[in-house]
Design a protein around this ligand. Structure first.
Ligand code: NAD
Length: 356
């Protein structure tokens, strides 16, 4: 791979390769853009088939964080890190501390958070060596897991897409399909249930499905059959790329809005959804509730749920704004979200250049 060509393509600021022989840490920190503030993004730990695959992933995710912060009005930049290895067998406090020391050497330019393969306990371990970390467990003095705030924002996004397709944002009597009942998805299902929605759920694990059937009166469906369920809103809350060439013709929903990152397999699927008359709540906007909560933690604000949920509820208006812009320009909502994010970044850069 021509690394610098790849960095130049989307104007990445910095990539740090971290190696620590003593602990065995191999990690990459990518800082995409700090126009809006220090780059915040989770630490993802998973085995990668190749080092190149790890680099591609961390770059893509860091850029996604820039757009997420920009569209959601958060004053943070975009960054991400990956630890190469299996989180179930290779995650040790020594490796997390070694990563923490590298993060500390960046003097606040990058702020870590939890992501796939790491949790708020791990962020507490990192906090032991650097203050530049969010989503730290409550026992270690932080705000803990942001998933509930993420889920609350997802439900605001679901309400907005419902408003766009039905003229009412009420969940009462609406049918919502939740794919993935993990930290985010289960809360999404619970919030929708509390607001009177009918639920169909799926997961590759049996336990949360059984729980949702028992606790929320949900109907269970096999993971492979979830796309064909006729519903008002399909809410992807598991893996990415679930809108792809195979699934696009199978959806029987009016709208899609969920917690998962990178819901569209490729940007062209944005237009494909428009052609099928499905309104899409862009992933990085709809799932930005956790980031909004992290910003409060980084600022040292008390993480009072009511106050944070009030802030997160702005996702409703922002999603409607994106849908309106997409309609005006005749483009997909994913592209419209990108434009709005880029407009904010350009305006802040212009103001900074004017002030200099
Ligand atoms: P999680 O690991 O707790 O939950 C994911 C769930 O999806 C698990 O229950 C898993 O068994 C299930 N799953 C995996 N593959 C599946 C499949 N093929 N079909 C159905 N279910 C499947 O993760 P999470 O923290 O809930 O995050 C979910 C998604 O939301 C991820 O894409 C994550 O990147 C994104 N996200 C999370 C947050 C957050 O605050 N946690 C914030 C922004 C975005």
């Amino acid at each position: 791979m021509k690394v610098f060509d790849r960095l130049a393509e989307h104007d990445y600021e910095k990539v740090v390769f971290c190696n620590d022989n003593e602990s065995g840490l191999r990690a990459i920190i990518a800082i995409h853009d700090t126009t809006l503030g220090p780059a915040l993004g989770g630490v993802r730990m998973r085995p990668f088939p190749t080092e190149e695959a790890a680099l591609i992933d961390v770059l893509r995710l860091a850029r996604g964080m820039t757009y997420k912060a920009a569209i959601s009005g958060v004053d943070l930049g975009g960054g991400k890190s990956v630890i190469l290895g299996d989180s179930a067998t290779e995650k040790t406090p020594e490796r997390l501390q070694a990563l923490g020391r590298r993060i500390h050497s960046l003097a606040g330019e990058y702020i870590a958070g939890q992501d796939i393969g790491t949790d708020s306990y791990d962020m507490g371990v990192i906090r032991g060596v650097t203050p530049h970390v969010a989503c730290v467990s409550e026992e270690a003095g932080g705000a803990g897991d942001p998933s509930q705030a993420t889920a609350y924002g997802v439900v605001c996004g679901i309400r907005a897409v419902l408003e766009a397709v039905t003229g009412s944002d009420s969940l009462s009597g609406r049918h919502v399909v939740v794919q993935g009942l993990g930290n985010v998805g289960y809360h999404v299902a619970r919030f929708c249930h509390q607001d009177g929605a009918r639920l169909t759920v799926t997961d590759v694990r049996d336990e949360p499905v059984r729980e949702a059937v028992r606790e929320l009166g949900a109907t269970a469906v096999a993971p492979g059959a979830v796309y064909e369920v006729e519903c008002d809103v399909f809410s992807p809350c598991s893996v990415g790329a679930v809108v792809n060439d195979d699934t696009i013709t199978r959806f029987r929903c009016q709208a899609i809005a969920g917690g998962a990152n990178n819901v569209l397999a490729e940007p062209r699927h944005d237009g494909a959804l428009v052609e099928r008359g499905i309104v899409y709540g862009p992933d990085y906007l709809v799932n930005s509730g956790g980031l909004i909560r992290c910003q409060e933690e980084v600022r040292g604000e008390p993480t009072d749920d009511d106050r944070i949920f009030t802030k997160v509820s702005q996702i409703y208006d922002q999603t409607l704004q994106v849908i309106a812009k997409a309609g005006e320009l005749g483009i997909g909502t994913g592209a419209a979200a990108d434009r709005l994010a880029e407009e904010r970044l350009a305006a802040v850069r212009l103001a900074a250049a004017g002030a200099a």
